[in-house]
Every structure is written in structure tokens, then in C-alpha cells.
Design a protein around this ligand. Structure first.
Ligand code: DC
Length: 223
């Protein structure tokens, strides 16, 4: 069984997808990490990221692979494990820029579809239900208000010891990423018609996980 979880930044997709995957014995695939790795590569190469052609030209030589160690996904960029380096604010912002480039999407979608064809996955991203896994047995569109997502990001930064920008700046950054992800011409973030909408603003993580597991069980019984 493949489960697709899409939604805007900060809706809790990765935490929830990880817990669902663990319960079902599936592999969790974080597709955002792959776009982040592309962004990091562009930064390292000094590519002008306002230039779509320059990003397109730098894409074919890119070597991104995914490995799993104790069920945890590691992103390997040109032989180096960059799983931690892709979590900076700079890379976050740039990831949504490179994600709008068709050549980048084509390359990463192929990698994601290959992973899902080999094993049962819980995959999160922006276009999983609409483009990557259109036949997924269960599709979830997970969202939360911008204010709640900013509060969660603030708490996450605190926990990780990452310096926090002021809250209104966090809300602006989230709004800007939403705008870029939802309005780009290629594979914009949108709810697949057959996805179940879950607004997690007033739900605990456990409640969201329980709801998805119960939906998965229903689908399994129907299948
Ligand atoms: O989920 P994330 O914040 O790690 O994703 C980083 C960026 O990558 C995000 O701004 C949108 C983009 N992305 C995408 O376009 N398609 C995906 N399937 C996953 C992420």
C-alpha cells in the first residue's frame, strides 16, 4: 500500500508520515529533502538561482541518492551525506525556487516513483497525490493555518537550538513559500480530487496519525 501525504510547509507532514510509516512497516520517503539537496548543490556550485536556464543546465550531472539506516532516510549528494546540511533557512527558501524548474522535477519524480515501485511507502511532498503517485491507495492533504504553522516552526527552532527570527517574519516566510509552491506553473501544490483533507490546526499529532491509520485500514479492507 502506498500513501501520499501532501500539504504546505509546516503542516506536520514529516512527523506524521514517519509515525504512520512506522506503524504500517512501510518506508517513509521525504521528497522535500531531495529538493533541498538540489538547492544545496546549486549553492555549492554558485549557480545563479534567479536563472532557470542555469539551474536546468546544472541538473543532469547531479547525483542524488537515498539510503536508509535503521529506517531513517539519508540524502546523499555527490557521495556526501547532506541530511543535516539541507535543514538551514537558506536552503529552505532556495528549495522552493529550484522546485519550480521542470528539469529538476522530472529528475526527482523519476527517483521517487522508482522508490515507490520497490516497496510500500508513505511519501510526503507537494505533488505526490497529483503527479508522483496518482494511483496511491490513500491520499491525504494535510494543512494548518499559517499562524499555527509559524508557531510550530518557532517551537521546532527552539528545540533544535536554531536562532529564531521574529514571529511575523516566520509567518511572512511561510506565506511566501506557500505562494511559490501553490502558484508555480509545474506541479503546483494542490489537493488531489480524491485526497482526504485534514486540517491539523486544532488536532494533536496523535489524533492526525490515528485518523490516517484508520483511513488506511478502511482502504486495505476495501482493497
Ligand atoms: O517539505 P520541505 O519543506 O522539505 O520542502 C522543501 C521545498 O521543496 C518546498 O518549498 C517545496 C518543494 N517540494 C516540492 O516542490 N515538491 C515536493 N514533492 C516536495 C517538496
Amino acid at each position: 500500500m502506498n500513501i501520499a501525504i501532501d500539504g504546505p510547509a509546516g503542516a506536520g507532514k514529516s512527523t506524521i508520515a514517519k509515525m504512520v510509516a512506522k506503524d504500517l512497516g512501510s518506508i517513509y520517503v521525504d521528497t522535500g529533502a531531495m529538493y533541498r539537496a538540489v538547492a544545496l548543490r546549486m549553492l555549492k556550485l554558485g549557480v545563479d538561482t534567479s536563472d532557470t536556464v542555469a539551474i536546468t543546465n546544472a541538473t543532469p550531472g547531479m547525483d542524488i541518492t537515498i539510503r536508509y539506516a535503521d529506517g531513517v532516510q539519508h540524502v546523499i549528494l555527490d557521495g556526501e551525506d547532506v541530511s543535516d546540511k539541507i535543514r538551514t533557512n537558506e536552503v529552505s527558501g532556495l528549495a522552493s525556487v529550484v522546485a519550480a524548474v521542470p528539469a529538476v522535477r522530472k529528475k526527482l519524480v523519476e527517483l521517487q516513483q522508482k522508490l515507490a515501485s520497490e516497496t510500500s511507502v508513505v511519501m510526503d511532498g507537494r505533488d505526490i497525490g497529483t503527479v508522483v503517485l496518482p494511483n496511491a491507495e490513500l491520499k491525504i492533504y494535510l494543512t494548518a493555518s499559517q499562524e499555527e504553522r509559524a508557531r510550530r516552526r518557532f517551537r521546532q527552532n527552539e528545540e533544535q537550538g536554531t536562532p529564531n527570527p521574529p514571529m511575523d517574519m516566520l509567518i511572512c516566510e511561510i506565506a511566501e513559500r506557500d505562494r511559490r509552491d501553490m502558484t508555480r506553473p509545474v506541479s503546483p501544490l494542490r489537493k488531489a480530487e480524491d485526497a482526504v483533507l485534514l486540517d491539523s490546526s486544532d488536532m494533536t499529532i496523535e489524533e492526525v496519525v490515528a485518523r490516517i491509520l484508520s483511513l488506511a485500514k478502511e482502504r486495505e479492507n476495501v482493497g
